[in-house]
Every structure is written in structure tokens, then in C-alpha cells.
Design a protein around this ligand. Structure first.
Ligand SMILES: *[C@@H]1O[C@H](CO)[C@@H](O)[C@H](O)[C@H]1NC(C)=O
Ligand SMILES: *[C@@H]1O[C@H](CO)[C@@H](O)[C@H](O)[C@H]1NC(C)=O
Length: 241
């Protein structure tokens, strides 16, 4: 009788030890994996973010090459040149900027397949880096299209594809790869239109109501001028458009 009890309890003990060891192993694996995942999310790597900036020959590119956007900067030029990631061969007049927007949208949709986040910024804008790091951490791996902007309603009675859509002021808007996958750069409209409104309409027509709309935090984005404590910088000394 005593022998039987001993046999059962030593078998139970062995079973218990095996379960304990297995659980410990799984915990180590899980913690290790989430540490690796966490490390991937923390850094804003050049692969995960592209900063799209339309420029012309008034643009001081060297200013942005000395900012945190440096490693992410993908300029959109009128003509090909040393600092150009894309050239869209349009005269950069205020009236035809919308064609430049359609052109860079087509290019990044086709070419930047492994980039998860995109910022469109103007050449007179300054953006807080921690703000962007936070957005990237929050929306990394998000499976729906994400559009971060200030959502201006576009009422355009003469263009049904534009009417009723929302767009962001071109100083800054941000979106993810999922949005580029559904965006429709083939929309047809009449007349010269605001380029950022065209972007919003391409989103509206291609992605529909699936888009997660996040309002931008304008306290982290400076446009035309930067003022903080002992700094006051004119970011638009020569008015471009
Ligand atoms: C600026 O670019 C235009 C074309 O957009 C060109 O005709 C002009 O010569 C350029 N000006 C300078 C100063 O490089
Ligand atoms: C444009 O959209 C607005 C709001 O959705 C609507 O009230 C208006 O009738 C539309 N205009 C035209 C010409 O379709």
C-alpha cells in the first residue's frame, strides 16, 4: 500500500516537474520574442518611414538634410537632379501642383512597397520627432488604412469625385501602406484643383469608409515659422507658391 502511494507521488512529482519546465521554457520564448518585436517598433528606421517633400529650386534641402527627417527624406522634384528621389516633370506653379501630387502618389504606390508609413510635408514645415515616433508605435502593424490629417471638407459641386471628400492641409499629412494599397490615382476631375484636396479625393474614391481617420496634433507641427523659447525661425523666407 505504502509502495503504491510512493510510486504515484513520485510519478506525480515527475509530471509536475515536466509541466513546470515546459511552462518556464515557453515563458522565456515569449518574453524573448516580444523583446525583439518591441525593439523593431521603437526605432524609426529608414525602411519604415518615407517623408515625401515636393521641392523646387527655392527649397533649401540642406536645412532638412540636417534635421531628423534626413534619413527618410524622399524629395519630389520638377526635373531630375542630385537631391531628387522622384521627378514629376511638372512646372511647379501653384496651379499645377495637383499633377505633381498624382504623380508622386503613383510612384510611391508602385515603388515603396516595403515602407509602412509616409509623411507628406511641405518645404516650409517643421515636425516634432517624438510625435511621429509615437504615431508609428501606435499604428505599427495596423491592418486598415490610416490617414492622419486635419480633415477639411471639400465641397466641389462641379466634380462629383471630389465633392464630400475630406483632405488634410498639405503642410503635413501622414498615412500607411494600407492606404496606398487602396488609393485611386486614376480619378478624373475638371480644372486645376488644390493638390491636397486631390490626395483626399483619391483616398475617398479608392479606400471608402474603411479608413481610420486620426486628427493631427498641430501643436507638434510648425508651418512657415518656428517659435519656441529663444528661437524664432522663418521657414518660408521666399514664398514658393
Ligand atoms: C529653377 O527651375 C526652373 C525650372 O523649374 C529653371 O527654368 C530655372 O532656371 C531654375 N532656376 C535656377 C536659379 O536654378
Ligand atoms: C456636394 O456634397 C454636399 C455634401 O455632401 C451635398 O450637399 C451637395 O448636394 C453636393 N453637390 C453636388 C452638386 O452634388
Amino acid at each position: 500500500m505504502l509502495g503504491l502511494v510512493k510510486a504515484i507521488s513520485s510519478r506525480t512529482l515527475a509530471g509536475f516537474l515536466i509541466i513546470l519546465t515546459t511552462l518556464f521554457g515557453l515563458t522565456v520564448l515569449y518574453v524573448g520574442e516580444s523583446m525583439v518585436k518591441g525593439a523593431n517598433n521603437v526605432a524609426v528606421t529608414p525602411r519604415s518611414l518615407a517623408v515625401i517633400m515636393p521641392i523646387n529650386n527655392n527649397t533649401d534641402v540642406s536645412f532638412y538634410k540636417n534635421m531628423w527627417v534626413r534619413d527618410h527624406l524622399r524629395t519630389v522634384c520638377d526635373f531630375d537632379g542630385p537631391d531628387c528621389a522622384m521627378s514629376c516633370n511638372e512646372k511647379s506653379t501653384w496651379k499645377t501642383l495637383h499633377r505633381k501630387t498624382v504623380c508622386f502618389t503613383k510612384q510611391i504606390k508602385e515603388r515603396f512597397k516595403s515602407t509602412e508609413f509616409f509623411i507628406k510635408m511641405d518645404d516650409d514645415t517643421f515636425i516634432d520627432r517624438d510625435y511621429i515616433d509615437g504615431l508609428i508605435k501606435t499604428y505599427s502593424g495596423y491592418e486598415r488604412p490610416v490617414y492622419i490629417s486635419d480633415f477639411i471638407l471639400n465641397l466641389d459641386g462641379s466634380n462629383p469625385v471630389l465633392n464630400g471628400s475630406y483632405y488634410g492641409n498639405g503642410k503635413f499629412y501622414m498615412f500607411n501602406r494600407q492606404l496606398l494599397d487602396c488609393i485611386d490615382p486614376t480619378i478624373k476631375y475638371r480644372g486645376d484643383r488644390n493638390e491636397d484636396a486631390i490626395f483626399g479625393a483619391m483616398v475617398y474614391n479608392g479606400c471608402g469608409p474603411d479608413v481610420l481617420k486620426i486628427r493631427e496634433d498641430d501643436s507638434k507641427i510648425w508651418h512657415k515659422g518656428y517659435t519656441n523659447k529663444n528661437k524664432q525661425i522663418n521657414l518660408a523666407y521666399i514664398s514658393n507658391y
